[in-house]
Design a binder for this molecule. Structure first.
Ligand code: ZN
Ligand code: ZN
Length: 259
């Protein structure tokens, strides 16, 4: 399984950059994870969008879903032009209602799966997950702590597991689902001085590192970066929290799960 970073910024992109967007590829299966501003353009540098199997959006904040509107037109046109056989599976929360309804009406492009309607399963560590499958990849969602309904997601293939935090403050669910992940892609929205600001639903770089350490992940990649901040400061504080070197997500870079 391979992760390609399409966009790493929030809540607005740096010049030439994009907001949250990731491409997950495993064999023939490709998933777009988040569709923030500018991420669709970046996606097209790496893959023919007509080949996507699914798109997963962790919550309905603009920096995570705005480019669904590009994708909708692109997919609908591809189906009309017989360059793609059917709509794209879209996983997303069913709230806020207005945003959800607006997207759910695009049945010419999407087969909508609201996360809350997926089968609920209790894991050995007593957390509950919503579970689904795309090709040979297993998806598991746990609720986050964020101003609107939001999820973290685990994506598992035969050979390993990637966990993405989405947007969230610290939760037990996130720590449990991240436990032992081969690659933990975690938001790092602030520096130490932002500790009060992030309380409402984000992590500082140091908190991301600390959480990853407690969860015993193999590799930590930090993302969801404020464009005004120094990459070096974010990296240093996350590494101090983690106790070893972290990777700062780089747009257009590819990360192999098992390397
Ligand atoms: Zn958010
Ligand atoms: Zn965000």
């Amino acid at each position: 399984m391979q992760l390609t970073v399409l966009g790493r910024y929030a809540p607005y992109p740096a010049p030439g950059g994009a907001c949250s967007g990731y491409l997950i590829q495993n064999g023939e299966t490709s998933i777009m994870l988040e569709a923030g501003n500018g991420s669709f353009s970046k996606l097209c540098k790496h893959i023919d969008f007509r080949r996507l199997a699914a798109v997963v959006v962790t919550h309905l904040h603009p920096d995570h879903y705005m480019d669904l509107f590009c994708l909708r037109h692109a997919i609908a046109a591809a189906i009309r032009e017989e360059k793609r056989t059917g709509p794209l599976a879209l996983f997303l929360p069913s709230q806020p209602e207005e945003e959800y309804q607006r997207l759910a009406q695009y049945t010419d492009a999407f087969i909508v799966n609201s996360i809350e309607t997926l089968p609920k399963v209790e894991l050995d560590n007593s957390i509950q997950v919503y579970r689904s499958r795309v090709g040979r990849l297993q998806l598991e969602f746990v609720p986050n702590y964020h101003p609107i309904p939001a999820y973290a997601v685990s994506i598992e293939c035969e050979r390993g597991r990637l966990v993405f935090s989405g947007d969230t403050a610290r939760t037990r669910e996130l720590e449990e689902i991240a436990r032992g992940a081969d690659l933990f892609l975690c938001e790092a929205s602030g520096l130490d001085k932002d500790i009060e600001f992030v309380r409402s639903g984000h992590l500082t770089a140091r908190q991301a590192g600390e959480l990853a350490k407690k969860a015993g992940v193999r590799k930590l990649v930090i993302t969801h970066l404020y464009p005004e901040y120094s990459i070096n400061d974010l990296s240093t504080q996350a590494s101090e929290g983690f106790g070893r070197a972290v990777v700062v997500a780089k747009e257009d870079a590819k990360y192999d799960l098992l390397k």
